[in-house]
Unconditional design. Sequence first.
Length: 185
Amino acid sequence: MKADWPVKRLRERRMRLAVLLAVGLSGVAGANGDMDVETLKLSYLAKLPKFIEWPAAALPADTQAFTLCVLGDESLAAIARQLGQQQAQQRSFNVVDGKRVGNLGKCHILYVGNSEEWRAGSVLAKVQRSPILTISDIHDFAKQGGIVEFVEQDRHLKFEINLSAAGKAGLRVNSKLAELAVKTY
């Protein structure tokens, strides 16, 4: 049937995009594909900046590293220190404990761990108009104004994206990444 053709074509495109992103993520975790959830989150943290465009003033061309602030979730912070060897947009990662950052405005990427759920709303309110990619696995994080929320579905780690929050922060999300999100706001 000719009416089914556009739907099939769209499904094929989404599958190809998912495979491309998955292949990109597998390079961080290794070839065997056996990743725990924390390592998979780290993989996403390393790859997501490739699909985000920061304003030039927030991320000048001569900036050597993304500043990744981890608020709470000490286990992820420990794993994230391995990101120093990774690169996105020809930049390495400087991982900082979010509790030690006097000004969250110095972060390019802010991961808010589950242990900080009690203050996630106030943290988001402080940075909502700053060019900071906010990421968490706190339930309804994206709905509350975070940009990327990790969600587990069918034993797989997926993500939701709040395009409106990204726009308010002055960040541009690549349409290919938005297509892969299980939900957009």
